[in-house]
Design a binder for this molecule. Structure first.
Ligand code: 13P
Length: 255
């Protein structure tokens, strides 16, 4: 099944409003200049306070915008949180869920990931569900165990229709921000396994699910990673903060 490649830039806690605006406008221009870019999908994930500004700047372009997290409650006494409908209201269409930094530093669990996923899907946002193992987990031979647990916990109770909109990002924790990218064989192995777990629960639907690779993706390794049969895109951190680098990674998805 043909899957449209999807390149996403997770800006994390970086880029001012002005910097983000300039970057997204530059990226939109680069895509508009090359009709081949229509073959792929692109999005950026600014800090929560910049989502609306960047969504406005990207309006009418090929670049989608998303938030990096959300809270599952719709509204109420939840100081400091933002809800799915607030994100939707800004013009954003995507949201990252369960990024390893949220799991590591902010107590995210598979159960809270599940609640956030349901909230995102409930308002029609496209969630990117992040999964991945730590180095000790990989070294202990627990890669498949960890991925299976994260996937089944996150997707518990999702209907087939809900699952069909989901994007999954495989981000081995040891490859994030370390410059140590997974080899193409490691990436392909994990992606094929993720797809097999989805297939066990949802059947042929798994063939349409896009699985991005994340972890030290750069302009010089993107093409090779994207060449793997089960790698359908990239979730890029550091290299999404500079227009030239990110535009080159985006171009690797279609040129
Ligand atoms: P880096 O590309 O900086 O390794 O970050 C990956 C990531 O965490 C994207 O969500």
């Amino acid at each position: 099944m043909a899957r449209k490649r999807f390149i996403a830039g997770n800006w994390k806690l970086n880029l001012s409003l002005a910097e983000g605006t300039a970057l997204v406008q530059g990226l939109a221009k680069a895509c508009a200049a090359d009709p081949r870019s229509a073959a792929a999908e692109f999005a950026v994930f600014p800090t929560a306070l910049a989502v609306k500004t960047i969504a406005d700047a990207a309006k009418g372009s090929a670049i989608g915008v998303g938030a990096q997290n959300l809270h599952w409650e719709e509204k109420g006494a939840f100081t400091g949180e933002i809800s799915a409908s607030f994100i939707k209201d800004t013009g954003a269409t995507y949201v990252l869920i369960g990024h390893s930094e949220r799991r590591q530093y902010f107590g995210e669990t598979d159960q809270t990931v599940n609640k956030r996923l349901k909230a995102a899907l409930g308002v029609g946002l496209v969630p990117i569900l992040c999964v991945g193992e730590t180095l000790p987990e990989r070294d202990a031979g627990r890669l498949q165990d960890v991925l299976r647990t994260q996937l089944t916990g996150a997707t518990a109770g999702l209907t087939a229709q809900q699952l069909a909109t989901l994007v999954i990002a495989y981000e081995p924790v040891w490859a994030i921000g370390t410059g140590r990218t997974a080899t193409t064989a490691q990436a392909q192995e994990a992606h094929a396994f993720i797809r097999s777990v989805v297939r066990q629960a949802y059947g042929a639907l798994a063939d349409g699910i896009r699985i991005q690779y994340g972890g030290s993706v750069k302009a010089d390794n993107a093409k090779e990673l994207l060449g793997q049969p089960d790698v359908d895109g990239a979730l890029v951190g550091g290299a999404s903060l500079k227009l030239a680098d990110f535009a080159a990674i985006c171009a690797a998805a279609y040129a």
